[in-house]
Design a protein around this ligand. Structure first.
Ligand code: HEC
Ligand code: HEC
Length: 411
């Protein structure tokens, strides 16, 4: 009985050792996480059409270019808060012969992370145009077109709306484009991708991180490992973390500390990316400048913030040129609201959205999304001023205080 003489013994120890370690280190923890992650507070269960949308998403290979996982890294802050296991609790196996959840996390970012795309781009009309041909809304896009998610029809079936595809991209035979079942399911899925926000309350929440610690089952030992992954990474970011192996042991207590630290650490340096940094210094400066001199002094505003906000939140529809897309999204160059002396309607439109207006004789089927929840007063003032001074427009400017005054009051 010794390894040098009995090759079967040698073989089986290695073989079963390998299988056993794989089970303990990889497979059981993964099953445990899949079966024991509670959905995030405030997360909505998937509707039936969203479930079908996930299947289309996987079948079309969107995951080859898009991730759905926000890492606790500075560079990921633009995509939302760091993802947690509970974010995927509703992503469940779609059939008995594939007993694992569909792989939506992805590992390749040729295109943007889609974790929060439903909040970022909430317009179904935009999503349809983009899927029919990405170049119709993003001129330089390298994303493939998915025309087979649409039907070409001569008259629009009841209950459907034709996609306002720009002439250059529309079918040459003059037929209309409507989404088919797969297209509708995929867009329903994309619009459902919204990160439920975690309440910023310091101590009580984090059921995800707190729960596994007390449990003492063998498999649960792995969860602190899972949880410690992002934490350890975040800590390494913030400071030189000590040996990461000690992390799991210490998980129960520090779990509370690194968690709040991670977003904080991610947000502060991330400011240049999201253009939040300029906003903080800007308001005092702007107020100091405007308050004493009142009407006479010209309003000073952050032009960089204005154009960055426009690029990030408005250009997808109104385009970098301010020309919009004919019959889909109105031009803002020479627009009556944008060039009006009274900026009230301009600001309330950006705050609360708008739908169904007839602008210069064209009635738009798409809605203008509300931005009150996404953008600060400084950002809205800057983007409004950007529009009021770009593309040949020259209209009176607004201050963050003007925006704050209109924010509460609804339309
Ligand atoms: C070859 C890589 C590739 C594939 C495959 C791909 N995309 Fe994209 N996607 C991109 C790129 C690049 C962008 C950024 C440019 C743009 O907006 O078109 C993008 C942008 C997007 C956006 C807009 C994101 C945002 O933040 O504005 C959505 C939504 C999207 N893709 C969904 C999909 C879906 C759904 C599929 C599968 C049907 C898919 N993509 C397949 C590369 C890809
Ligand atoms: C999903 C596409 C979309 C995005 C993104 C978008 N808009 Fe709009 N916007 C529209 C549509 C569609 C309308 C027309 C609404 C209507 O018919 O009432 C509109 C209308 C407007 C109007 C009013 C024009 C008028 O004459 O009534 C302004 C001003 C405006 N948008 C500014 C913005 C700003 C600023 C942003 C970014 C913070 C933005 N939009 C982002 C689609 C969009």
């Amino acid at each position: 009985m010794n390894f040098h003489k009995n090759h079967w013994l040698l073989f089986s120890v290695i073989c079963f050792g390998f299988i056993g370690l794989s089970l303990i280190v990889g497979i059981l923890p993964a099953i445990w996480v899949q079966n024991n992650s509670e959905p995030m507070p405030g997360a909505q269960p998937m509707t039936e059409i969203v479930q079908r949308g996930i299947d289309v998403y996987v079948a079309e290979g969107c995951v080859a270019c898009h991730t759905q996982q926000v890492r606790p890294l500075e560079m990921d802050a633009v995509w939302g808060r760091p993802s947690a296991p509970g974010d995927y609790a509703y992503v469940t196996p779609s059939s008995w012969w594939a007993p694992y959840a569909p792989a939506v996390l992805g590992s390749e970012r040729t295109g943007p992370d889609l974790t929060n795309v439903g909040a970022r781009q909430s317009s179904d009309v935009w999503q349809y145009m983009h899927l029919y041909n990405p170049r119709s809304v993003v001129p330089d896009s390298v994303m493939p077109a998915y025309p087979w998610l649409f039907d070409r029809v001569t008259s629009v079936p009841s209950g459907k709306t034709a996609v306002p595809v720009p002439a250059d991209f529309a079918p040459k035979d003059g037929s209309l484009v409507v989404p088919n079942e797969k297209g509708e399911a995929l867009v329903a899925y994309l619009l459902s991708l919204k990160q439920p926000s975690l309440t910023a309350a310091p101590v009580t929440p984090e059921p995800e991180a707190a729960e596994p610690a007390p449990a003492g089952e063998p498999a649960s030992a792995a969860l602190p490992g899972v949880a410690a992954g992002p934490q350890a990474a975040a800590e390494q970011e913030a400071s030189e973390a000590p040996a990461t192996q000690e992390q799991p042991e210490a998980a129960p207590a520090p779990a509370a500390t690194p968690e709040p630290a991670a977003p904080a650490a991610a947000e502060e340096p991330a400011a240049p990316v999201t253009a939040e940094e300029p906003t903080t210094p800007a308001p005092p400066a702007a107020e100091e400048a405007t308050t004493p001199a009142a009407e006479e002094a010209p309003i000073s505003w952050d032009e960089e913030l204005g154009s960055a906000t426009y690029t990030a939140h408005c250009a997808a529809c109104h385009q970098a040129t301010g020309q919009g897309i004919p019959n889909a999204f109105p031009p803002l160059a020479d627009d009556p609201v944008v060039t009006a002396d009274d900026p009230t309607e301009h600001v309330t439109t950006v705050l609360h959205g708008k739908q169904g207006s007839t602008i210069n004789g064209v009635t738009y089927g798409a809605a203008m999304p509300p931005f009150a929840a996404q953008l600060s007063d400084e950002e809205i003032a800057a983007v409004v001023n950007h529009e009021r001074t770009s593309w040949g427009n020259s209209a009176p400017l607004v201050t963050p205080a003007d925006v704050a005054a209109l924010r509460g009051g609804g339309q």
